[in-house]
Design a protein around this ligand. Sequence first.
Ligand code: GTP
Length: 593
Amino acid sequence: MKNIRNFCIIAHIDHGKSTLADRLLEFTNTIQVTEGQMLDDMDLEKERGITIKSHAIQMEYTYKGEKYILNLIDTPGHVDFSYEVSRSIAACEGALLVVDASQGVQAQTISNLYMALEHDLEIIPVMNKCDMASAMPEEVEDEIIDLLGCKREDIIRASGKTGMGVEDILAAVIERVPHPVGDDQAPLQALIFDSVFNSFRGIIAYFKIENGVIRKGDKVKFFNTGKEYDADEIGVLKMDMMPRNELRTGDVGYIISGIKTSREVKVGDTITHIARPCEKAIAGFEEVKPMVFAGVYPIEAEDYENLRASLEKLQLNDASLTFQPESSLALGFGFRCGFLGLLHMEIVQERLDREFDMNVITTVPNVSYMVYDKQGHANEVHNPGGMPDPTLIDHIEEPYIDATVITATDYIGPIMTLCLGKRGELVRQNYVSGNRVEIHYRMPLGEIVIDFYDKLKSISKGYASFDYHQSGFRPSKLVKLDILLNGESVDALSTLTHVDNAYDLGKRMCEKLKELIPRQQFDIAIQAAIGAKIISRETIKAVRKDVTAKCYGGDVSRKRKLLEKQKRGKKRMKQIGNVEVPQKAFLAVLKLD
Ligand code: GTP
């Protein structure tokens, strides 16, 4: 235990976390030098620059003649996955805080830093990319000192590109990060901080042992789910899984126990022995529940079963994804999917597209509402279309969140205006340091799922971090806003909105749809309505689109090519009544200016 160090890296996106991690792995000979990055193994992750799922890797390193085990636990860096980040952090005793020497401290790092401080992690500040011509080492050091209250000499100057500082980082991890503490003799208590699905082995759960010892073949129980298993294989994580017969307090490792679905293994759960269980679970466990819902429909009706199979496969390694069949008058048969947040939704959409080649239409996301009827019964509704007739509703409650925004003082004004516009109530405001402010709002989650991040990012020039946790349901005056195309209500375009915003939203939706729906051979009326009352209208004028007009030469094969091209262009369109509606129109509400 004395020679174990468990640590993670926290950094703003693109500040060089993955590159630096690679250098650590190379320097300790954990991996051989190769092109590319080793920690993010999904293409998608690389492209998005976001580590979607945390992983862990063990390094061995000899320092001043003594051999050490260094476990690097990777953390995802986005608010949708903040619970998973908190569990990864809970498994560590220290963290490298990586800051780009040309960018300085960015707000996104701060909420993870706070989480690390809450768990009493030792923070090692690292100024990365010192090789860059645009590096501003003095200024950035000042910022780091401001943020952490550390000494200048505590900050390690490094470069993931040249390898500068890597040796110092390893030395600091050993000297400054405390070794894990715990009792080898106590009943087993191991924290599950992540799990992955493997098509041959089933679910592999990653854990850190807080107390006790686990041996291969032990009969174990997962405390919160109450399920019992045999520890068929346990081991440590290097580039591959390395089986072991025994793991002790402070160790980070994996367990394989014939679990088939990701839903059985909950991040944050505690592994203990059946025969000699621990008294209580490790604190901090939460059930993650999807908070954002959207309809996912195949473009071609015959792809429905394929879509179901694809979603089932995705769910094998993504327990936070839920789905159930749903049908829409406009879009036919599809599924209502539940996601952790907007980013999670985008990831699922992209994976469906890339890994499963599914051509789908996704509807506007919404949250889940509690709808009370006149008899006082509550119903959970995940879909505007599922709203009962307004005359039957007594009142509706919607989920609220406590939101924290950390930003520079320059942006307070516009951010407050944005939050107010999203029905936010200011709870408090305080200074973090010099020119950084922390603003707390209570606001409806439903307002966050619609274009909040993008707006926050653009008005703060990226210099704002946002984090939230749920704070229960509250009554709200919501109405269902319907959109009609040529008199026909399009259920997939309905939204629930606060009564005060309904007129404005209706008007802007009609204007946006007018932009997004291509002209056709007849006039198209776009209307917004609340119940039977039309509140806004736009008209798309007819046009006769003669695609062959350009080919005056009369070359038949060219003509045919053009016609085929036009036919393909239609693929992403959905026929609604006699109107062709492109996919982006279904997300119009997200794109309002
Ligand atoms: P996320 O996974 O998006 O959080 O990014 P990251 O923090 O893991 O950053 P990553 O390691 O992917 O590096 C981001 C970019 O910076 C890449 O283009 C790297 O090549 C570059 N980069 C990383 N470290 C250095 C460095 O020390 N010097 C220079 N010049 N470039 C670097």
